[in-house]
Design a protein around this ligand. Structure first.
Ligand code: SF4
Length: 904
């Protein structure tokens, strides 16, 4: 706002004048500016300014005009009105309204259509004026007639009708009223003009003169554009800490995270007050406390997804700090025992926490939490058939907070200011849902929870403004915000003027004639033009920018901005951010190593520890010494790991020897009915390996298909083995302990075959795509088989013949590995060009592997724990510990170092 405009506004308010703003945000911004100006003059007390946003103005004026008129109608709140529309839409047997979700989405569209008619074409509110409407518009017309009837019969009033009623009241009761000054209105809707005209005198606030300094920049991409804007804000604030900056961006809600990251790079100085804030809030459903409260109430009666449960446990709202960490540990324990579930009922979670194997009971913290939750659930169940029971929403609204109280939700931590405000807003949302009984309706608990979910989704929450120097807003929300300088992001041809969709329930022709939003490109252009002009007049310095590449598509500058600000120029040098953003972490050179002193000489994780040490020393450290694991989501069916275990078990059962299995190629040849032989083993394994709880969870047909799949796979594999040279199976699932550099590793070998020359072949079953190249030195990606071959066998007594992966994959059954003499001991007709023949095992290889493995064990013991993946990014993609080692931030540092070294 220019200084003369600010002066006019200040003088108007000091004189007790009334200001009406287009939005609630604009009125808050004007109020803050007014109070700042009074404080700047050294005043300590002054009368409150008379600023009202449009909606409050209409409501107050309507209440004034109807005072004493005994108007007993109930003014509907949004959730009540939506419930009415949903009921009407559902009763008309429209196919799209059969399900609850689509019915409420349609109800919300109908509400919008009704509001548009009230604002732009009130003459069409009469049924007679809509008789020519067709198809969806005709259906909406019928709903509108029913809505009017329901409101009349129920003595109800939609807020969309308030301005129309107010206009009539004002016209009837002609009186002298305070003149109005309007602020932040980019356009005046017909209904607003009618109200103001009926009120009396009104005018727009002065907009101030156009900015003296206007720039339009073209950035290579949106990331550079955002970084330039953040840099500019930082520079402006360094030059003038009292400056107020406004950043206008098209899609503030979808880009919120990205914008936050860019602006968090700005240093906050000693005061540590927030430097920026968004003027638009986020839906309550995305705010941790209300979301957790709703999720917990839902969990009392229905299952929640595993990731939701993990999130709920991580919030810390479920209990004390000790209970929270005990619950997280319990969850980890369940997962490690393969008891994860894609969906958790509260009851089954509580019973899993109290295992009946007699080995391990829950800790006191888990016990007390579990009994509290069981008690809370009992309170709900005590209502008797609560799943079918319907009662007044008011009663459910009273019960919800009581249940949370009984669960001691968020009860043991001191809430921060933001959390406290969110809690207040949550209580408000519950009360609003309680008001759904306005027409005597009764709801089931599940319906009440759905209504609550919709309310949380549609209610925006923004913590109380901290009056941060940088305000971030969308173009429309920026109306009324004042600043010393403005930066407008995303001014490209597709985004500005902003296009939008019309309402599908109103005829297009009607929308065009009534000039409803987005009904014609010219309307979008006019609105965008008005907003741009307003922004140009709201600060002496205004910058526009756009990204030449947007989501891999070339973008052109907005014609509207080019007309007003000239053609875009490249970003000035001082606004070019470094190619790689500065890391959020601080680097500390730490060459210290904490040697591993095992409590017992055995290392948890077996051979995988040495594999990890080779892949990335930090991975070995984190897995073996910190007990860290990647997080695998539970699956509705069997996980790849479970399927792999089943296959191992079937092959172990088959090759395990008499009485059930066989022991040699000769035995294999003797089997008459191969199919029934294999099926018998598979059925037995499925019975033994799949717990009854898992079996009950899965459809029978799914398990039958899994059985069939295993049958095909194993048959194919045995066919492959039939082509081998004579062999016999020496051992399956052979357990060995390996002592290495003072460490003991417990190993389990899938299978050891005695070949025709008396040597041993170490076999590892694999269902994935594996290759012996993973054993290549200097940093093998897998040392499991070389470790077995080199240390687990007594090679003096029984010499090694080779080590192979047995790839048991549909359509790809083969041995892959290194064998001393594969043509003589494995396959008689092996081609000389085959990989097995070309890359035969050598004694030197065994020696090299031995010394490499010993070195890995020494490194592990010495505490080598560098974040140093053998092959970035492939090694990290399979790791799952990225959040712990923070490789992304380290890579940024590495890239900076490499770039600097390259420059030198
Ligand atoms: S993600 Fe990469 S760098 Fe991090 S521990 Fe795993 S392998 Fe190492």
């Amino acid at each position: 706002m220019g200084s003369s405009a600010a002066f006019e506004m200040d003088a108007w308010l000091r004189d007790g004048g009334v200001v009406v703003t287009a939005s609630d945000r604009a009125s808050r911004a004007l109020e803050s500016a007014f109070h700042r100006a009074q404080r700047a003059e050294g005043l300590t007390a002054w009368p409150a300014p008379r600023i009202q946003d449009w909606n409050s103005f209409v409501l107050t004026a309507w209440e004034e005009e109807t005072r004493g008129a005994a108007d007993s109608r109930l003014l509907l709140n949004p959730i009540q009105e939506q419930a009415l529309w949903a009921g009407i839409a559902g009763s008309h047997n429209h196919l799209a309204t059969l399900l609850e979700g689509p019915r409420h989405r349609l109800a919300s569209l109908a509400m919008d259509a009704h509001e548009l008619l009230c604002e732009h074409a009130p003459q069409l509110l009469r049924s007679a004026a809509r008789t020519a409407w067709q198809q969806d518009a005709a259906a909406f017309s019928n709903w509108l007639a029913s809505f009017d009837e329901t409101c009349r019969d129920g003595n109800l009033l939609s807020p969309a009708r308030l301005p129309l009623e107010l206009t009539t009241l004002l016209q009837v009761a002609a009186a002298r009223r305070m003149p109005l000054l309007l602020a932040g209105f980019d356009r005046i809707l017909p209904v607003q003009r009618a109200v103001f005209d009926a009120w009396g005198k009104w005018r727009h606030a002065e907009t101030g003169s156009s900015a003296s300094e206007v720039h339009f920049y073209g950035a290579p991409d949106s990331r550079t554009e955002l970084s330039a804007c953040a840099l500019w804000c930082g520079q402006r604030l360094s030059a003038n800490p009292d400056a107020r900056l406004l950043v206008v961006t098209q899609d503030a809600s979808s880009r919120r995270g990205e914008i936050e990251r860019a602006f968090l790079q700005l240093k906050t100085g000693a005061a540590r007050a927030p430097l920026f804030e968004f003027s638009l809030g986020v839906p309550l459903s995305q705010v941790a406390l209300p979301r957790a409260a709703h999720l917990l109430l839902r969990w009392l009666s229905s299952p929640i997804a595993e990731h939701e449960l993990d999130w709920l446990l991580s919030t810390g709202y479920l209990g004390s700090a000790q209970e929270t960490s005990a619950l997280q540990a319990a969850m980890l324990y369940l997962r490690r025992r393969g008891r994860e579930q894609p969906q958790w009922m509260l009851k089954s979670f509580l019973s899993e926490l109290q295992p009946n194997d007699g080995k391990r009971g829950p800790c006191p913290e888990v016990k007390s939490w579990a009994s509290r939750m069981a008690e809370t659930q009992r309170r709900l169940e005590d209502l008797g058939g609560y799943a079918r029971r319907t009662q007044s929403p008011l009663e459910w609204a009273e019960l919800g907070p009581r249940l949370l109280e009984s669960a001691q939700f968020a009860g043991s931590s001191t809430l921060a200011s933001d959390e406290f405000q969110a809690l207040q807003r949550w209580h408000w949302a519950v009360e609003i849902c309680g008001s759904l009984g306005f027409d005597g309706r009764r709801l089931a608990w599940a319906e009440f929870l759905s209504a609550m979910a919709r309310t949380l989704e549609s209610t925006l929450f923004a913590p109380q403004s901290s009056d941060a120097p940088i305000q971030i807003a969308g173009p429309s929300e920026s109306a009324g915000l004042t600043a010393n300088a403005v930066w407008f992001l995303g001014a490209d041809e597709d985004a500005w003027p902003a296009a939008g969709s019309t309402n599908p329930l109103l005829p297009l022709e009607v929308q065009r004639q009534a000039e409803m939003p987005h009904a014609a490109p010219q309307l979008d252009w006019n609105l965008a033009h008005a907003i741009t002009k307003r922004l140009l007049a709201s600060a002496p310095e205004v910058h526009f920018s756009y990204a030449r590449q947007n989501q891999a598509v070339e973008a052109r500058p907005s014609r509207l901005i080019s007309r007003l600000a000239g053609l875009p120029q490249p970003l000035p040098k001082e606004l070019e951010a470094p190619a790689t953003p500065s890391p959020l972490t601080e680097t500390v050179e730490d060459s210290s190593r904490v040697a591993f002193v095992p409590a017992a000489s055995k290392v948890a994780g077996g051979a995988s520890v040495l594999t990890f040490q080779s892949q990335c020393p930090f991975k070995a450290f984190a897995a073996a010494r910190l007990g860290a694991r990647g997080w695998e989501p539970a699956e509705a069916g069997l996980t790849p790991a479970q399927r792999g275990r089943l296959l191992h078990a079937v092959l172990h059962s088959i090759w395990g020897g008499p009485p059930r299995g066989i022991r040699s190629l000769d035995d294999l040849r003797q089997i008459g009915e191969k199919k029934s032989f294999i099926d018998k083993h598979i059925q037995q394994v499925l019975q033994e390996e799949i717990r009854s709880a898992i079996r009950e969870r899965m459809p029978r047909r799914y398990l039958e298909l899994e059985e069939q799949r295993l049958g095909w796979l194993v048959t194919e594999w045995l066919e492959y083995e039939l082509a081998r040279v004579e062999f016999e199976v020496a051992e399956t699932e052979a357990e060995r302990s390996v002592h290495l550099e003072g460490l003991t590793f417990d190993l389990r070998l899938d299978r050891i075959d005695r070949l025709n020359d008396g040597t041993l072949l170490v076999i590892d079953y694999k269902t994935g795509d594996v290759s012996p190249w993973s054993w290549e030195l200097p940093r093998p990606d897998d040392v499991q088989l070389p470790l077995y071959a080199g240390f687990a066998l007594d090679r003096e007594k029984e010499p090694l013949g080779g080590l192979v992966f047995a790839k048991v994959r549909p359509g790809d059954q083969s041995f892959a590995g290194r064998v001393f003499d594969p043509a003589a001991t494995l396959f008689a007709g092996l081609k000389a060009g085959s990989t097995l023949a070309k890359y035969a095992l050598t004694a030197e290889q065994l020696i090299d592997w031995r010394s490499a493995i010993e070195q890995l064990a020494r490194d592990f013991l010495a505490g080598h724990a560098e974040v140093d993946p053998s092959e970035y990014p492939q090694t990290c993609e399979r790791c799952g510990l990225q959040t712990l080692c923070r490789i992304q931030e380290n890579r940024i540092l590495l890239e900076v170092d490499e770039t600097e070294a390259g420059d030198e």
